[in-house]
Ligand binder design. Structure first.
Ligand code: BGC
Length: 421
């Protein structure tokens, strides 16, 4: 059902954008992205748009609805195959590498990256996706960490007031919230949202486990007792979700938590952008904690803009200016303050950011120094799109009660084996 809905959305967008006979003024960019929430995301992307406007560069928006960017890949593929790519597109992690693998698709950004010393400014873990065979092919606009829980403060106080630090404490708080008559865990039933939770559960069972399950795809680990435990934990969390979760957008869940209808949401820090946007404040109205067991470590994703080679000459002229704008301190600050994330360059200080973002900056420095910075599987920073898709399928089928935990483990092992052998 979910897949059919997604296919229909993609088809509508594809037909629309393939047929659109837009004529671009000189000095303009057409930009594809999925930052469509009218609150924080629109304001965030607006900061880049207005920076370009100040430079006399126009903006044609190509927004593709669908959290996590899942729908945008198919539309982008159709545009490129039709010989009509946008000037620039936002992409995540391995999708960038996969586009870079198509010879000649992406513009080389070395001239601007070297002039502006990007290699000194961007964390190495992010650079891994901004570069291909040593060349710069993407400009990162944000750094999101995904192993967060956003908890309504009043709901937490009513549930005993102590932020959970372990799995058992988390279950305890969720039980109390249930007794108190609210939805303990706000959740949107989409594969990427379920996988976001699964990332945190896996990391919560140990860094080695995360590494060997997601990066090494070790069959012994995938079929082992910890993976079974991870699925059991997902099944436990499923018992705290309300009946109407299926297909719910992530930002609707944010509103549920902000209003106290739900106690908490397990989600990346784009959720915080939306909570701040409705006037809620960290510590006073909500708190941010790392998923129990993942303290000191980070699962991350970073949205990056690539530029396509096969565009009209007048757009080529502005692509490098756009890349430079993305990396400017002004845009990195403005975009990330709204978006809930932190800058993708590490030389900005934390003035002007909220307390959760300040914590995220400290966490990033600490996790980077201690080697505990991990790409998110849910958001395409751990493995290929195919492997990510295999995890999505199993995790979401299990969460929806179609598979027992043991069946989910078996299915996962089988799908990964099919893709890797
Ligand atoms: C992206 C965020 C975005 C979120 C919801 C994540 O994959 O990194 O930038 O806000 O999905 O669409």
């Amino acid at each position: 059902m979910i897949k059919i809905k997604r296919k229909i959305i993609c088809l509508i967008f594809t037909l629309y954008y393939l047929n659109a006979s837009v004529s671009y003024a000189e000095n303009s960019v057409e930009v594809m992205h999925w930052w469509t929430s009218v609150g924080a995301e629109a304001k965030a992307i607006g900061t880049l748009k207005s920076d370009l406007a100040e430079k006399g560069i126009g903006w044609f928006d190509m927004p593709i609805v669908g959290g996590g960017g899942g729908n945008s890949s198919e539309v982008l593929r159709a545009r490129v195959i039709a010989g009509n790519p946008p000037t620039s597109a936002a992409l995540l992690g391995n999708k960038i590498t996969e586009w870079a693998n198509r010879e000649g698709a992406l513009r080389n950004l070395n001239s601007v990256a070297e002039k502006e010393e990007w290699s000194r400014l961007i964390p190495r873990a992010v650079q891994k996706f901004s570069k291909h065979n040593g060349d710069w092919i993407a400009a990162p606009i944000d750094f999101h960490s995904t192993n967060w829980i956003w908890i309504n403060k009043e709901a937490l106080d009513a549930a005993g007031g102590k932020a959970p630090e372990t799995w058992d404490e988390l279950v305890n708080v969720l039980d109390k919230m249930k007794e108190n008559g609210i939805v303990p865990l706000g959740h949107g039933g989409e594969a990427w949202q379920e996988m976001t939770i699964f990332d945190s559960i896996v990391l919560g069972l140990g860094d080695d486990f995360y590494q060997s399950a997601f990066f090494d795809l070790d069959p012994l680990v995938l079929s082992g007792p910890k993976m079974l435990e991870a699925f059991d934990r997902m099944a436990k969390l499923r018992t705290y979700v309300d009946d109407n979760f299926s297909g719910r957008d992530w930002n609707i869940v944010v509103a549920m938590v902000a209003q106290g209808k739900a106690g908490m949401q397990i989600m990346g820090d784009w959720a915080k952008g939306e909570i701040l946007n409705v006037g809620k404040l960290p510590d006073r109205d909500f708190i941010c904690i790392r998923f129990p067991g993942t303290q000191g470590a980070i699962t991350f994703n970073s949205g990056q803009f690539v530029m396509f080679n096969d565009v009209a000459e007048e757009q080529k002229a502005v692509q490098l200016e756009m890349a430079s704008s993305i990396m400017s301190k002004k845009v990195q600050f403005g975009f990330n303050v709204y978006k809930g994330s932190i800058p993708a360059r590490v030389d900005l200080d934390s003035d002007g950011f909220d307390s959760c973002a300040k914590k995220a900056m400290e966490d990033l420095a600490q996790a980077d120094a201690s080697g505990r910075l991990y790409g998110s599987m849910a958001h395409g920073h751990a493995s290929t799109t195919e492997i990510q898709g295999a995890f999505y399928e199993v995790v979401t089928a299990h969460f929806n009660g179609e598979l027992t935990s043991q069946e989910a483990v078996n299915e996962l092992v089988q799908s990964i084996a099919n893709l890797t052998q």
